[in-house]
Design a protein around this ligand. Structure first.
Ligand code: G2I
Length: 457
């Protein structure tokens, strides 16, 4: 279901029609960076980061300015973190966590179980020894990063390109249940992290590989295997183009009860054509309520694993490309910032504003989704602003007796048991009319079952 959106244009038109002169609040203005614009839509906008580029001041300043989520391009892979069996090296990857904290950014963890980038000792393993090594890797790494990672790519690229079946690998040969084993191990290690399956060439709804992954997720949800999200790498080029049914794919997966995230976006090309495709990808994500974040796979074209395809949002000198402007404009719902941080778009004008849908009555409303297991739960709360927008909010819930909150993110909690009120933190109090923001909490016992109440603060 598409989330109702009140665009600035629609709002302005309504005000003019009513003959009312009102200053639009800052929250109704177009944001001027990718991260801020995405946050106004209750999403994150991230990038892959290569740790050895942080000393490049152009790279580093774009990173700080534009993004509110980061993924290590290589530094959290199996070979990087466990070069010798059971000897972990977290030093480099820890620097990314530090940087993310300084930026106030989320971290996507990439990746715990994968046929590629295995250290030599693991490549030479098979059977039960490999299965145990996989579990140990997941447990040790997730325990080290417990509470610090928003979403983990628990399993990466486990499906074959051709026929919708599993890819052959040493992990696959340990038994078809290796993927669910990885997810169960992951949930036990860090119950607060969202657990994702991540793959490429799963964007086109009619491709066999997409169907293969869809059927696995459906089966996992039916059998209670813990999975929270599906990552669509979305490396687009002429061989694997952006498909017209991309939004359908995202929506169909979301309808299984998982979040969907665009995890490694890059689109080969240039100029208007590239910008149009980037804009369309963003609009597709915004149209799917559970598409909660977009990550591009690098900052400048020259940072890309496919540099010759110039697939990113900034050129080699760090200047924003038409693709950047198209993404920012799409995130802003078709409006451009009043004082642009970059040249005005040479990309085509965005699609006409969507008509405003039904607005939330009162100041705000809150809805929850719950992941529960025996003895514990994670509740994610979506706060939607009413027609006046919000500059702060509170959400009240009541926990069942014996249950308590052990961890809260993107909100602060008034108590750990009984009647608990969650208040916004500094960066998410402002929510424009009809827009949403998200927070969550983890607890022991059972999740609150009654409807939460939302009020303006
Ligand atoms: O291949 C594109 C991506 C597909 N999905 C999974 C991602 O993890 C993957 O990222 C790429 C990185 O962008 C490359 O930077 O994964 C490659 C292989 O893991 C990365 O390439 C590796 C080279 O193969 C190594 O030789 C090199 O030492 O990058 C390493 C660090 O520069």
């Amino acid at each position: 279901m598409n989330r109702p959106r009140t665009t600035v244009a629609a709002l302005a038109a309504g005000l003019l029609a009513a003959g009312t002169i009102l200053a639009l609040s800052p929250s109704a203005e177009a944001a001027s960076t990718l991260g801020a614009a995405a946050a106004e839509k209750g999403r994150y906008f991230g990038t892959a980061v290569s740790l050895n580029r942080l000393s490049d001041s152009t790279y580093s300043s774009i990173l700080n300015r534009e993004f509110n989520s980061v993924t290590a391009e290589n530094e959290m892979k199996i070979d990087a973190l466990e070069p010798q069996q059971n000897q972990f090296n977290f030093t480099t990857a820890d620097r990314l966590i530090t940087r993310a904290n300084e930026m106030g950014a989320k971290v996507r963890g990439h990746t715990l179980a994968w046929h590629s980038q295995q250290p030599e000792w693991m490549r030479n393993m098979s059977g039960t020894a490999l299965r145990s090594a996989m579990r140990n890797h997941i447990t040790q790494v997730m325990t080290h990063y417990k509470g610090k990672i928003d979403s983990w790519d628990v399993v990466n690229e486990a499906f074959d390109d051709g026929n919708g079946g599993r890819r052959d690998s040493n992990l696959q040969r340990t038994g078809n249940d290796w993927i669910e084993d990885a997810f169960r191990t992951a949930r036990a290690a860090d119950p607060a992290a969202k657990l994702c399956y991540n793959d490429y060439n799963t964007d086109n709804w009619s491709w066999a590989k997409t169907q293969g992954v869809y059927n696995m997720v459906k089966d996992f949800k039916a059998r209670g295997v813990p999975i929270d999200c599906v990552g669509f790498q979305s490396h687009f080029n002429s061989g694997s183009p952006y498909p017209a049914n991309y939004r359908t794919t995202l929506q169909n997966f979301a309808d299984l009860g998982v979040d969907v995230q665009i995890t490694e976006l890059d689109i080969e090309g240039s100029g208007t054509a590239q910008a149009t495709t980037y804009g369309n990808v963003v609009k597709d994500c915004l149209a799917v309520t559970r598409c909660n974040g977009i990550t591009v796979w690098g900052i400048r074209d020259t940072d890309s694993w496919r540099a010759s395809g110039t697939p990113l949002l900034f050129d080699g000198s760090g200047n924003p490309k038409p693709a950047y402007n198209a993404v920012l404009s799409a995130l802003n719902g078709g409006t451009t910032p009043s004082s642009p941080s970059s040249p005005s778009p040479s990309s085509p004008s965005p699609s006409s504003p969507s008509p405003s849908g039904p607005t939330t009555p009162g100041a705000c409303s809150a809805t929850t989704s719950v992941n529960a297991w025996t003895g514990g739960f994670v509740t994610t709360v979506k706060v939607t602003a009413g027609s006046s927008g919000l500059t702060g909010w509170r959400v009240a819930v009541t926990l069942p007796g014996g249950s308590s909150v052990t961890n809260t993110w993107s909100a602060s909690a008034s108590a750990t048991s009984g009647a608990v009120t969650f208040s916004n933190v500094s960066y998410n109090g402002r929510v424009a009319a009809g827009q949403t923001t998200e927070f969550g909490f983890q607890g022991t016992g059972s999740a609150p079952s009654g409807a939460p109440t939302c009020s303006a603060a």
